[in-house]
Design a protein around this ligand. Structure first.
Ligand SMILES: Nc1nc2c(ncn2[C@@H]2O[C@H](COP(=O)(O)OP(=O)(O)OP(=O)(O)O)[C@@H](O)[C@H]2O)c(=O)[nH]1
Ligand SMILES: [Mg+2]
Ligand SMILES: [Zn+2]
Length: 368
């Protein structure tokens, strides 16, 4: 962040622009009775967090909301109950999450990490300056679907691909990799596509995800219309340069909506994301539903519709391999994760997220 932390965030006299609604208010009632005020977590670091409340930013201690289980640690995007007074002021609790973007911290361990909470749009930023890695996009998409948010792929730095035919092919490649997902091209430098993206992010909460150097913070600044996030030249070749953004930051957009910028991710391990994987490869699951045998493994069975699609060229081999690889990886992670813990996690936020989304969609006239 630049030195003045939130120049774009006016004092939030009302929390509505941050996404506060009647359902959140109802959940907050017991905390209000305990003398707490609500606020949205904009950043968490070193045992403290910045919370945007109706009276502006409050720096609060997170000791009560930093349990051993990393999935329950307070996170950017959470709605926090902050003590109304005190020095320090403590966050007493956070409201049950409607959605949460979770990844495994590494493929070796089965520890999950929450990257953002209560997100409506998961924007996967992919640089056009480097060769497309479709497998990585699929991996991000699986986690995005699993989070409960609507995924969106944004191909950044479009100014570096001036030939419209080439650009069209790249978009097409990504579109076949991402059924049901909108794919946009943008350039923060030329401004191309930022109006379309701006209209999407004006509604609800969005999170920018992607590898380091994908241009997330530059895009955040373009959407903010101000240089709030620090941006640095990186080694574009492999995206492994210095990580510029180091904390997840929630930003209030001038045209409405809330945007979370995140540090580049080196790896995105799946975390119990079987349903998400299924959604990324929905065309394969559609073919599979037409296989003669219900439990077809799509290896050599007669009447296998997946193999037939492969044969006819309708299904690229790369897609099927990628699907199998991600399912295998997911099964490995699931096998290592404590079953009780997993079912608890599911109960915890999936049920709540279903309720939350129903409320949210009712409120918005079922537009999601
Ligand atoms: N040509 C071109 N370069 C861009 C564009 N957007 C970003 N860049 C450059 O890409 C580099 C990385 O941009 P950042 O916005 O810092 O990338 P990031 O994804 O936030 O990186 P991390 O914070 O490390 O995750 C910088 O040198 C930017 O100037 C664009 O639209 N066109
Ligand atoms: Mg950044
Ligand atoms: Zn089959």
């Amino acid at each position: 962040m630049t030195s003045s932390a939130f120049p774009q965030a006016p004092l939030a006299h009302t929390l509505a622009p941050l996404g506060w609604d009647d359902a959140w208010a109802a959940e907050f009632t017991p905390y209000a009775e305990q003398g707490c005020v609500p606020g949205r977590v904009v950043r968490v670091d070193r045992g403290q967090c910045d919370v945007l409340t109706a009276d502006g930013i409050v720096r609060a201690d997170t000791a009560f909301v930093t349990p051993h289980d990393p999935l329950r640690v307070i996170c950017t995007g959470d709605w926090a109950a902050v003590e109304a007074a005190g020095n320090p002021r403590y966050v007493k609790a956070y409201l049950p999450r409607r959605t949460a973007f979770v990844r495994s911290t590494s493929s070796q361990r089965s520890e999950g990490q929450i990257l953002a909470a209560n997100v409506d749009h998961a924007i996967i930023a992919v640089s056009l300056a480097v060769e497309l890695d479709l497998g990585r996009i699929e991996r991000f998409l699986a986690l995005a679907w699993e989070s409960g948010a609507q995924p969106l792929v944004v191909l950044t730095k479009a100014d570096l691909v001036p030939d419209p035919v080439t650009l069209g092919h790249l978009v097409q490649d990504v579109e076949t990799t991402a059924p049901g997902v909108q794919v946009l091209t943008v350039s923060s430098h030329s401004g191309e596509g930022t109006d379309v993206l701006g209209a999407i992010v004006a509604d609800g909460t969005s999170v920018l995800l992607g590898v380091s150097g994908a241009g997330k913070s530059t895009l955040a600044n373009a959407l903010l219309g101000a240089d709030v996030m620090e941006v640095q030249a990186i080694r574009d070749v492999d995206g492994k340069g210095r990580h510029t953004t180091t904390t997840r930051n929630l930003l209030v957009l001038p045209g409405g909506g809330v945007l979370i910028d995140t540090p580049g991710l080196r790896g995105v391990g799946l975390f119990d994301a079987e349903a998400g994987v299924g959604q990324v490869f929905s065309e394969i699951e559609d073919f599979a539903s037409q296989c003669r045998f219900h439990d077809c493994a799509h290896e050599a069975e007669p009447g296998c519709a997946v193999l037939a699609a492969l044969e006819s060229g309708e299904l690229p081999e790369r897609r099927l391999e990628s699907y199998r690889k991600l399912l295998r990886e997911n099964q490995r992670i699931v096998a290592k994760t404590d079953a009780r813990l997993r079912s608890e996690i599911r109960r915890d936020w999936r049920l709540k997220s279903a309720e939350g989304r129903a409320n949210y969609s009712a409120k918005r006239g079922n537009r999601i």
